[in-house]
Design a protein around this ligand. Structure first.
Ligand SMILES: NC(=O)c1ccc[n+]([C@@H]2O[C@H](COP(=O)([O-])OP(=O)(O)OC[C@H]3O[C@@H](n4cnc5c(N)ncnc54)[C@H](O)[C@@H]3O)[C@@H](O)[C@H]2O)c1
Ligand SMILES: [Zn+2]
Length: 405
């Protein structure tokens, strides 16, 4: 028995933001990130629409990329004071995810961060507020998912919160918001989206409801991501929908160890001056994980189906898997994303020696591998890695070695 949950309403297409006018309620809080929404006028528009709907509006600004537990707790305290009946989260995955966690704390002030992290363990929300999510990046699809990713900076670990309770009530997928994304953000979020779709398709929780969403998203991303990166706004709009379809798939089919590894490496080297950006981490690890998972016959056949839909050729599943890996690596090249951590510069671009020194990586590897195996995304991966295998896999991701185990 399985469950398939999506937002009750999804408004899409140019100008869809306007639907905020039709919300019924008294008080809305808008949660945004570092300033992109304000600079580009979308925050003002959202505020005006909500006021037109007769609501009092408060704004929580400044949610940082890869939001922290502290940001969540501070935002929840502001919500407790203002008592909104709508939470409108707008921006990239970071502010929307932070707002989801604030929502939990607002509804249940006694909840600790540890309790929020219990997978599918949340109490019923919507006793105080409902939730609207409006993405401005084309990747995380958090506007339709049951997930939120919050970073505990004391531990240097990203924790995925997972429960259908935090699937938003309303998603507004308006391509206008994605037009201002800088190239690098298009690249990273786009590779995040294809990773979602590929991991969902081979997940042990895949089903007939998630498969078509995942496959169609993959073919759209294949068709449109590089063009969107190069400035084609029609393709940019298509990518905004494609990432959302991928989100519908993975919210219900779950993910796999590409995400386990990205979650556990993302903030692990912050003391060396940078993050490994989520989408870039996925882009580097996905080809390695495909090679690892393809030792499982069922997963191999499913990668073969993906390669077929992408029209990559290959006489048998082994050849199809090899073609899929080669295609994804070429996408990384086209998007100026390195193939491995060793070559990942502090600015995220490829370079000879990246910001993570080899000795530091090796010293932290056992702990990272253990944490990655324990990540909430590992359970639905088609091949269960031991901690030793995870160490080997992460080494392949550091040095760009072939995965032959
Ligand atoms: N909840 C989920 O299901 C899910 C899935 C995957 C990833 N995530 C998490 O989401 C976070 C990443 O989110 P993201 O990739 O959307 O990036 P982000 O929200 O961290 O934003 C990155 C930067 O882009 C800027 N920005 C956002 N939209 C812009 C626009 N339209 N124009 C110009 N600048 C813009 C932001 O201000 C910020 O500086 C990570 O924490 C990741 O772990 C969550
Ligand atoms: Zn992701």
């Amino acid at each position: 028995m399985a469950r398939f949950t999506l937002p009750r309403d999804l408004y899409h297409g140019k100008g869809a933001l306007e639907n905020l006018k039709n919300l019924k309620g008294e008080k809305a809080v808008i949660v945004v990130g570092g300033g992109a929404m304000k600079r580009n006028g979308f925050l003002q528009k959202a505020e005006d629409y909500l006021k037109e709907a007769g609501m009092q509006v408060k704004i929580i600004e400044g949610v940082e990329p890869d939001p922290s537990v502290t940001t969540v707790m501070n935002g929840a305290a502001l919500m407790a004071e203002f008592e909104p009946d709508w939470i409108v989260a707008m921006g990239g995955g970071s502010p929307i995810d932070a707002a989801k966690a604030m929502w939990i704390k607002y509804e249940y002030p006694e909840t600790t961060f540890e309790q929020m992290c219990v997978v599918f363990g949340l109490p019923k929300l919507r006793t105080k507020a409902r939730f609207v999510a409006i993405p401005s990046t084309s990747g995380t699809a958090t506007e339709v998912t049951a997930f939120s990713v919050i970073t505990d900076y004391d531990k240097g670990i990203k924790y995925p919160l997972a429960d259908f309770e935090i699937t938003p009530d309303v998603a507004i997928v308006d391509p206008d918001l994605a037009e201002t994304m800088p190239q690098k953000l298009v690249a990273h979020t786009g590779m995040d989206a294809i990773t979602h779709a590929v991991e969902a398709y081979v997940s042990t929780c895949n089903c007939e409801f998630t498969d078509p969403l995942a496959i169609f998203a993959i073919t759209m991303i294949q068709r449109d991501l590089v063009g969107s990166y190069n400035g084609d706004m029609t393709k940019r709009a298509s990518m905004h929908n494609a990432q959302c379809l991928a989100g519908m798939a993975f919210s219900n089919a779950l993910l796999g160890i590409v995400h386990s590894m990205a979650h556990k490496t993302g903030a692990a080297f912050d003391d060396y001056g940078a993050h490994i950006i989520h989408g870039a981490a996925n882009a580097m690890y996905l080809p390695k994980v495909i090679a690892f998972n393809a030792k499982n016959e069922v997963a191999k056949a499913r990668y073969g189906v993906i390669a077929d839909y992408m029209g990559l050729g290959g006489a048998n599943d082994d050849e199809k898997v090899a073609n899929l890996i080669a295609y994804l690596r070429q996408m990384n090249n086209d998007l100026n994303i390195p193939q491995c951590i060793k070559h990942y510069g502090a600015d995220s671009y490829p370079c000879e020696q990246g910001f993570v020194p080899e000795d530091v990586f090796l010293a932290r590897l056992p702990e990272i591998a253990k944490n990655a195996v324990a990540d909430a995304c590992t359970g639905s991966n088609p091949r269960q890695p031991s901690v030793e295998e995870m160490e080997k896999l992460l080494k392949c991701c550091y040095y760009d070695l072939e995965v032959d185990f």
